[in-house]
Design a binder for this molecule. Sequence first.
Ligand code: CAP
Ligand code: MG
Length: 475
Amino acid sequence: MAVQFNYVAKRGWKPKNPDENYIITLLKVELDEKAVKEAKYHHSKKISEKKFRNDLFEEAAGTVAAESSTGTWTKVYDGKDSGINLASEKRAMAYDLDYKRSMFKIAYPIELFELNNVSGLLAGVIGNIAGMKMVSAMRVYDIRFPRKMIEAFPGPRFGVEGVRKLLKKPRGCLVATVPKPKIGRTDEEQARLAKTLFTSGNGTYDGIKDDENLTSLKFNDFYKRCKKVLAEAKEAEKKTGHKKFYLCNTTHSDINEMMKRAKAIKNNGGIFMMMDVVTTGFAAVDYIRRNNPGLAIHAHRAMHGFITRDNSPGIHGEGKLYGFSISMIFLAKLFRLLGVDSIHGGSPLAKMEDYGEAEYICKVLQEKNLKPHHKIPTLGQNWHKIKPVWMTASGGLHPGDFESVLSKLGDDVIMQCGGGLLGHPNGVAAGVKAIEEARDIYYKRIPIRKFVKENPKSELAVAVKHWGYGPKIVY
Ligand code: CAP
Ligand code: MG
């Protein structure tokens, strides 16, 4: 209930010079039918159902803007020292109300926030809005940062180009594997797997990644694993002449321990540290970006599904919403701003498929002047000095997908194949070979089906026979 002031702009109102003066969000709400009934009961005037619902939607939009900026549910003291004047002047405004799809934008004057503080920003713009009685569902699709906020962050230390320089890999995608079973190998066995990945086939396989639940276990100690895998990477670099990387999982709820693990990676010659950015949190990512010993940060996103997934028809604006969610597009923007160098963003038609968002998430991560999507509700973003970062495609990927996934996502992608390598019918080394073949023919512009037909005995042909084309959708 926006009772102190009006938080809904007049039709046609637009924030002045938004890239300088505002943080903008884009949302959709569903009115709670019980609240609608109650409101109707107390509504004296005889108005049409449509006008009544439009008024309620306006009220909901105004309440979201109020609750996430300077308002509250009741009128409050507005005399001396009440702060009411600034509360009015700096209040957020709901605008561009789309009555048909119950969507709207909110413009927040930048003075409402501390511009280098993502945690504080989220406590504001997301804050308590999901607790509003009058809405039964809500999705926050996107956020757009003003220039001053972009400039308040260091951004990615390396980004796409910096990692390419570290790996001496001026072009093409990177390939990596997360060991499966995800837990089970000892540190010693994982190092031996790394050796096989790095030296099989033509020796061009790039990386190995820890799975999200592999931290430091009795049989797979972080420090032993870190040392042994990086030693194998160094050996393999000498043997093959190709630089290797290890996405070594430092995730821990004690930042001091994460820093200790990052130092161990640095001391053992590693270039990347991996951290789960949702389970460690925004403050951890900010701290690690500003204080880690010069490593590239690989952001895994475990637990994101409980924030980003929404199986409602209204997921992209048209149709109803049934739950409360925030899009992966929104999260990807936050983590690029916080300065990770690569992040998992899904993959076209992969496990979660990200509702066809994966291709746009890749743009969110890599374009300088991002335009809104033509279908998915989005706001675009001018990234100013923030470097493009790697998109990690993962989730049921295998060699048969390379042509379709790379043609959609481009080259600045880390293609992560866990089961899609380790499940190769002819074993791990054959899995490496199949992925090398899939990548090589893609960059030689040889259609995969043509190659498979002409090379039926190739490991790629065996993989395609086993998994077909297109990511395996894990139900
Ligand atoms: C994916 C994932 C999964 C892989 C498993 C990862 O995360 O958590 O373990 O998908 O590999 O660690 O990469 P995202 P595969 O979905 O957030 O990318 O599916 O290739 O067997
Ligand atoms: Mg995993």
